[in-house]
Ligand binder design. Structure first.
Ligand code: DNO
Length: 345
């Protein structure tokens, strides 16, 4: 595997110089964050990003994400126009030499938490999700990671349209998208990586499908190609205690269908309730040793990044994406990796 770190570009309070000082980080995961899903990501923007990163002796390993326009997920009549835009972005990203591209197929919004700064026992803060709280949330304005902002009117309309998409329609819309984009990815030598739905269950009556072992099996069969792979996120899938993450890694890594790894930990606190934790296994419910061991045993060579961290030492940060806790995550993950690698020699 290749250790990478997510960077939100020049406006990120964390700089490339900071990231470079975390031992073991070789690559950067980034994107053109200011370009909406109905516009093409220009090749120059990707080249500029790449040059900044290479100047700090790292490489641009993965584009996370090229956002998929909602009309593609809704399956509207004009979806081909948006798929064309997506493909044009893909070509531009590939032309800069980036070989891994992440995206998601969550309708209306990206990942969701009901509390961004829950205080843990040790005084650090972490993000929390409680299903019963979702309906009470104000989802207008700035929500972390969402590629769009909603007003009360646009939100109501989007919720209505999204709720009308059945599970089978959503699968069909995803299949339609994949049948157009995977052949191009193959031609360009780009590995696509779908991010699981976070949390992995319907939210506000909107269906979600990239959620379980069974559904991942269905996903990989939609288009059977190594370029049509997964961004296996331990925390997103792990929010459902029924999901056995090491088993998923062994299954899909074994098939050569994991193209990107997100590694983080969390604690289940009730039915459809959890909060995020430090990466260290005893802090949460996921066994990081088993996760890293399965990544190792399946011979994974793609990019891996520590995912969301807590807010520690008073750091002001993009929710989930501070420097300190993710840097601790990197070194814990690399410690496990070194031990597993040496023990297997
Ligand atoms: C959350 C991230 C997601 C991910 C997208 C991929 O922290 O893992 O926002 O980038 O879902 O499209």
């Amino acid at each position: 595997m290749r250790m990478t770190f997510r960077w939100f570009g020049p406006s990120d309070p964390i700089t490339l110089q900071h990231i470079r000082q975390i031992p073991g980080v070789e690559g950067i995961v980034s994107s053109a964050f200011d370009i909406p899903s109905d516009e093409v990501i220009p090749a120059e923007a990707v080249l500029e990003l790449k040059a900044m990163i290479e100047k700090q002796s790292m490489t641009l390993d993965c584009f996370e994400s090229i956002p998929v326009h909602d009309n593609i997920k809704l399956g509207t009549d004009d979806r081909d126009r948006y798929i064309d835009i997506w493909l044009e972005s893909l070509r531009n990203v590939a032309s800069a030499g980036v070989r891994t591209v992440c995206y998601n197929f969550m309708l209306a919004f990206d990942w969701l938490r009901t509390d961004l700064s829950m205080r843990l026992e040790d005084g650090s803060k972490a993000m929390q999700y409680q299903d019963a709280e979702v309906a009470k949330m104000d989802m207008t304005g700035d929500i972390p990671a969402w590629s769009q902002k909603y007003t009360p009117e646009t939100l109501a309309e989007m919720l209505k349209k999204s709720r009308a998409v059945s599970v089978e329609q959503l699968w069909a819309n995803l299949e339609y998208f994949l049948k157009r984009v995977v052949p191009v990815a193959e031609e360009l030598g780009v590995k696509l990586a779908i991010h699981p739905d976070d949390p992995p269950w319907p939210v506000l009556g909107i269906n979600r499908i990239i959620t379980s072992m069974e559904n991942l099996e269905r996903f990989v069969k939609l288009v059977d190609s190594p370029n049509n792979g997964l961004a296996l996120c331990s925390g997103s899938l792990g929010a459902n205690p029924e999901n056995d993450i090491p088993a998923m890694i062994r299954r899909f890594g074994g098939l050569g269908r994991i193209n990107f790894m997100h590694v983080r930990n969390l604690k289940h606190t009730g039915e459809k309730e959890f909060h995020e934790t430090a990466h260290y296994s005893p802090c949460g419910n996921l066994d990081m040793y088993e996760i890293m061991k399965s990544i190792h045993d399946t011979g994974f060579t793609g990019p891996l990044r520590p995912d969301h961290g807590r807010d520690v030492w008073g750091e002001v940060r993009t929710p989930g994406y501070g420097l300190y806790d993710r840097a601790m995550g990197v070194n814990y993950i690399l410690g496990l990796w070194e031990a597993i690698t040496k023990a297997s020699l």
